[in-house]
Design a protein around this ligand. Structure first.
Ligand code: KMH
Ligand code: ZN
Length: 273
């Protein structure tokens, strides 16, 4: 098995400080959280940013400031979100891509998202893929439901994305594919040859999905974006606490954890100069 890549999704666009008081909000808080997750064993941070009053924003300036602060502290791979928050326009969502981060997400289809719809029609997918290609940014395909794998394969057929392909299964969003072992296995078996994958389980599913991925040779995403609890009724004290638990599980499974440079190699990301 490859070494285990752990992604820390520390902020997201939905969780608010009144739900998780330790949610990092300012660029300084987010950078400190990224460093703590990196120290704990994360090699990628999946990045959303917020305004000072904790509202989700895709402001290029806010991303630039946050990424600079992260890079002052550690060499973790920065993966910007192009998903942003439900309802944002494509222009808004694409702003951080022009900063040429090492990675960005590419959501592979429209999906019900709690009581709303996260819109990613075919034209949007092509546009986002072309924009990532233009700036030399490696995509991570976000898969909320099984048909989305095929949408990613279609982008490859059209030459809009290039191998090696990395998928992230986001399982357990209300309205999308539930987080279960059966669904995860089906998704893994549906991937194109040679693709790597991680799983982000929502809420209480985060721990089980992470453990399954570590066991099956996949990779793991944890953090407040997807889950604010350490266990039932007990809020996690930090994003790093959630990373630390995955590292302990990996250790017990005899699966070494990848450094950022090892993850870059696996994902086809050139080492930053
Ligand atoms: N906030 C979700 C609507 C991504 O980061 O690319 C979309 C999302 C996916 O979080
Ligand atoms: Zn996200």
């Amino acid at each position: 098995m490859d070494k285990l890549i752990i992604t820390a999704a520390m902020v997201g666009a939905e969780v608010m400080p009144n739900q998780q008081p330790n949610l990092p909000v300012t660029p300084e808080q987010i950078a400190a959280a990224a460093e703590a997750c990196w120290k704990a064993g994360a090699s990628i941070c999946h990045l959303h940013v917020r305004t000072d009053d904790a509202q989700p924003t895709q402001s290029g300036e806010r991303f630039r400031e946050t990424i600079e602060k992260i890079k002052e502290r550690c060499d973790i791979i920065v993966q910007v979100s192009t998903g942003g928050a439900v309802g944002m326009s494509a222009e808004e969502r694409l702003q951080p891509v022009a900063l040429k981060p090492e990675m960005a997400t590419l959501s592979c289809g429209s999906v019900n998202f709690s009581d709303e719809v996260f819109m990613n029609d075919p034209a949007t997918l092509r546009r986002f893929a072309a924009e990532l290609k233009k700036y030399g940014v490696r995509p991570e395909f976000e898969i909320f439901d099984s048909g989305m794998i095929n949408n990613a394969v279609q982008l490859a057929k059209e030459g809009l994305v290039e191998a090696p392909f990395h998928f992230d299964f986001v399982l357990g969003v209300p309205g999308a594919l539930p987080a279960s072992a059966k669904n995860l296995l089906f998704l893994v078996e549906s991937l194109p040859e040679g693709a790597t994958w991680s799983v982000a389980g929502m809420g209480r599913h985060q721990l089980l999905m992470a453990t399954l991925a570590a066991t099956l040779g996949g990779h793991v995403r944890v953090g407040y974006e997807d889950n604010i609890y350490y266990r039932k009724g007990e809020l996690a004290t930090s994003n790093a606490q959630l990373v630390e638990r995955v590292v302990r599980i990996a250790k017990e499974l005899d699966r070494p954890v990848a450094t950022p440079d090892e993850a870059r190699k696996m994902l086809g990301i050139p080492r930053p100069v």
